[in-house]
Design a protein around this ligand. Structure first.
Ligand SMILES: [Zn+2]
Length: 224
């Protein structure tokens, strides 16, 4: 996984004005206890192009080039629900915050991921498990108190935890485990690989063709 530096990233002013109006309406709905309506401003080129300029047409999670397919914008912290966290309203207040956006292929964002023929669930989608810390539930809660399980390409050190081995498989990098990982008996990189099915056979094959230094699974050299 490669680090995507989002520091200083801002949304185009006209888009931000429009998004703020929508967020104000969402906030009012939350206060009134009525149905929230999330207009999908994140799919608009005005903001998506700003994100694409950072690393090009690549999925920030699986690093594959997105060719002739949907380039989706994932909410790192899901906007309308958090899977397996009953009663959580989702991080609705971040729905139009560009710092919460990640470019993702459809495979990583909304499912269909498989590994060795086994379906790997809902992909990233509305999953946002924590490995420790305190979960934010309202807009005034401190996000820094959360310790996400899922690796974040926009975090300064998370990408260092995940790399690809010489056979093209996603693996945890050779780094020590955090206190939270040891305590929970979970590996953040392994969980990310599982959720995104990063070792899906198609993805491994693509990784092979993208690197001249990678060998085939049976050990035969490819391109080098
Ligand atoms: Zn992807």
């Amino acid at each position: 996984m490669r680090h995507v530096n989002m520091q200083g990233l801002t949304a185009p002013p006209a888009w931000a004005t429009k998004a703020k109006r929508t967020l104000d309406a969402v906030r009012a709905a939350v206060a009134a206890g009525t149905k929230r309506k999330f207009t999908m401003h994140w799919t608009e080129d005005a903001v998506r192009n700003v994100l694409l300029e950072l690393v090009g047409d690549k999925c920030w999670y699986c690093e594959t080039f997105i060719v002739r397919a949907d380039i989706t914008v994932d909410h790192y912290r899901p906007k309308s629900e958090v899977l397996d966290v009953p009663g959580h309203p989702g991080y609705w207040w971040l729905a139009y915050d560009v710092s919460n956006y990640r470019i993702a292929c459809r495979h990583c964002n909304s499912g269909g991921a498989r590994y060795n023929g086994v379906r790997e669930g809902r992909a990233k989608g509305s999953q946002f498990p924590l490995i420790g810390g305190t979960r934010a539930r309202t807009s005034v809660d401190d996000l820094d108190r959360e310790q996400p399980l899922f690796l974040d390409p926009a975090h300064h050190s998370d990408p260092d935890l995940l790399g690809f081995d010489s056979a093209g498989y996603a693996r945890r990098s050779n780094t020590s485990y955090s206190q939270a990982e040891t305590k929970r008996g979970l590996c953040r990189a392994d969980e990310t690989i599982r959720i995104l099915a990063l070792n899906d056979s198609h993805l491994v094959l693509m990784a092979l063709f993208e690197s001249p230094h990678i060998v085939l699974r049976d050990g035969a050299n490819l391109l080098c």
